[in-house]
Design a binder for this molecule. Structure first.
Ligand SMILES: *Cc1c(COP(=O)(O)O)cnc(C)c1O
Length: 360
């Protein structure tokens, strides 16, 4: 068996230890004679799995008592609707548009109320984070929305916006659990797990309890009401049970690694390897304003689309997979999530050096 270094933006690399453990438990989970996939979500065995997953996540992120953790389906994209449906009491919200995902969320919110775009970085193809220290926050806004790490463009909010007392809602899909976070600064933070946590098919939403009122916009389906899932402990209907189990394993893996401050150090080290090389390279260059660079998604180009394609092809032959940039931007993108080992980034940089020598 030979595994490649997988730089996919999502679904993405998972820790090898976790995959091995899951493989060992596939046919017979801890002596119960069946796989977690075949198990009732109402069984005692599964109750332990979901409870431990929540506890470990709470531990890792130091989630305050007054926040609920929901394991939901529909991906991060479903939250684009679920958030206005549950939070837009005044039918108004402010959006900071720093990439395609934030833009989609902003467009979706317009179906439910007045969604103001109060800042954007679209003028420079989303290559930076706008100054959000003194924005024109709307007096009636129910919340201020950001996408904290922009998966496609490789930018990250290093500082949260000044929301002037308004509830902050953040899509953290591609930076979830990559570093410690002060949850109390957010009203809602949520992320699709297929970027930095587990298999595709689930979103985790962490919501301050006072925002879960059940008083939702008229016509909101039961399944899209936060309260439905909060009251039922994410077991209103059949959840993505196997995904919860896999995420639970990743949470334990993260705890064993030393938790989120250790992950942050590790992620900074990995990102520095790549950015330092990009800054010196005569062939490759990063596409993002240095101060706003993401630790997770690193886009870069040669400036020549043919050379980019050659790079992606030859990298694949060398066991470095999924380096093609998002179809909307081109070039390359290396996603170096928690589960990407330092050795993977070292191998990438070594390959880039070799390619540069051969092609400059
Ligand atoms: C991938 C991604 C999404 C979309 O996730 P789905 O689970 O496919 O809906 C939304 N936001 C961000 C930041 C992402 O990276």
């Amino acid at each position: 068996m030979s595994r490649v270094y997988n730089f996919s933006a999502g679904p993405a690399v998972l820790p090898e230890e976790v995959l091995k453990e899951a493989a060992e438990e596939m046919l017979d989970y801890r002596g119960c004679g069946m796989s977690v996939m075949e198990m009732s979500h109402r069984s005692g065995m599964f109750e332990t799995i979901i409870n431990e997953a929540e506890e470990d996540l709470r531990d890792l992120l130091q989630i305050p008592e007054n926040y609920k953790v929901l394991f939901l389906q529909g991906g991060a994209s479903q939250q684009f609707a679920m958030i206005p449906m549950n939070l837009m009491k005044n039918r108004e919200a402010d959006y900071i548009v720093t990439g395609q995902w934030a833009k989609k969320a902003w467009q979706e919110a317009q179906k439910y109320g007045k969604a103001n775009k109060i800042a954007s970085s679209e003028d420079k193809t989303f290559s930076y984070i706008p100054d959000c220290s003194d924005l024109d926050i709307s007096p009636n806004a129910d919340y201020v929305y950001i996408c904290e790490n922009n998966t496609i463009y490789g930018t990250k909010f290093r500082e949260l916006p000044n929301t002037k007392g308004k509830t902050l809602v953040a899509d953290v899909s591609s930076c979830f659990l990559s570093e410690p976070v002060d949850v109390s600064k957010y009203g809602v933070l949520y992320g699709g797990v297929q970027k930095n946590i587990g298999p595709a098919g689930m979103v985790i939403s962490i919501i301050r309890e006072d925002l879960i009122t059940g008083d939702v916009l008229e016509g909101t389906p039961t399944m899209l009401n936060f309260k439905t899932h909060a009251d039922a402990g994410s077991l209103y209907n059949t959840p993505n049970s196997y995904c919860i189990y896999m995420c639970g394993k990743v949470f334990k893996w993260l705890k064993n690694m030393g938790g989120l401050s250790v992950m942050k150090e590790r992620n900074e080290k990995k990102a520095a390897l790549l950015y330092d090389f990009l800054d010196k390279s005569h062939l490759f260059k990063g596409t993002v304003v240095p101060k706003d660079r993401s630790l997770m998604n690193v886009p870069f180009v040669t400036g020549n689309p043919e050379l980019d394609a050659k790079f992606v092809k030859e990298a694949k032959e060398a066991g470095l997979e999924n380096l093609k940039g998002h179809r909307s931007v081109g070039g390359m993108r290396a996603s170096i999530y928690n589960a990407m080992p330092v050795e993977g980034v070292e191998a990438l940089v070594a390959f880039m050096k070799k390619f540069e020598k051969e092609n400059v």
